[in-house]
Ligand binder design. Structure first.
Ligand code: S3P
Length: 173
C-alpha cells in the first residue's frame, strides 16, 4: 500500500502500539518507526538513562526534537510514546502531518499487561512516586482528554489480540 501521510499510533504504554505497528508494516509493506527507538538512537542512551540524567523535561525535549524530524520524513507508520501527546506543539505536528489512531484499553487491562511483561517495566522509568498500578490509573485519567483530542480514530484494544486490533485499524483508516 502507498501512504501519503504518516499513520500515527497513540495511546498509553501497554496498548500494543509497537506490536500493531509491526503487523500494519507487514501487511502494507510500509516502514514503521518507533519514536522511543529514535530518541534512544539520537541520544546514544536508553530511555531510562535519559530520565535519570536529565529528568522527564529533558526526555520531552528530545521527544519533540525526534518527532519534528520523523514528521518531516517519508510517510511511515509511527508508534509514539505514551506521553508524546502531552505537548501542544507535538499534538499540532501530528495533526498536520498524519492520521492519528488512538489505541485505548481499560486501566485494569493496561495494569495486567504491563505487570505481566517485565521488559515493559524495565524500559519505562516511573513518572511518579506512586505504585505502578496507581500511576497507570492516575496518568490515564489525566491524559484521557488529550488522547481523545489527538485522535482521528479510536480503537479499544481491551480483550483483543494484536491481529484483531491491526484489522480494526486497517478498517478505520
Ligand atoms: C512514556 C511512555 C514510553 C516512553 C517514556 C514515557 C509516557 O513509551 O516514551 O517512558 O510518558 O507514557 P511507550 O508508550 O511506548 O511505552
Amino acid at each position: 500500500m502507498f501512504i501519503t501521510r504518516h499513520l500515527y499510533l497513540t495511546g498509553f504504554r501497554g496498548t500494543g502500539k509497537t506490536s500493531v505497528a509491526a503487523r500494519l508494516s507487514a501487511a502494507w509493506a510500509v516502514a514503521t518507526i518507533d519514536l522511543d527507538d529514535v530518541i534512544e538512537t539520537n541520544a546514544g542512551k536508553s530511555i531510562r538513562e535519559i530520565f535519570s540524567s536529565g529528568g522527564e523535561s529533558h526526555f520531552r525535549d528530545l521527544e519533540t526534537e525526534a518527532l519534528r524530524v520523523v514528521a518531516a520524513g517519508k510517510p511511515s507508520i509511527v508508534s509514539l510514546g505514551g506521553g508524546a501527546i502531552l505537548r501542544a506543539e507535538n499534538r499540532e505536528l501530528i495533526e498536520s502531518t498524519g492520521i492519528r489512531v488512538w489505541l485505548d484499553a481499560t486501566p485494569e487491562e493496561i495494569c495486567d499487561r504491563v505487570l505481566a511483561d517485565a521488559s515493559t517495566t524495565e524500559r519505562r522509568p516511573a513518572l511518579t512516586e506512586l505504585s505502578q498500578r496507581e500511576e497507570i490509573h492516575r496518568l490515564m485519567a489525566q491524559r484521557r482528554d488529550l488522547y481523545q483530542a489527538s485522535a482521528d480514530h479510536h480503537v479499544d484494544t481491551t480483550g483483543k489480540s494484536v491481529d484483531e486490533v491491526a484489522k480494526l485499524v486497517m478498517e478505520a483508516v
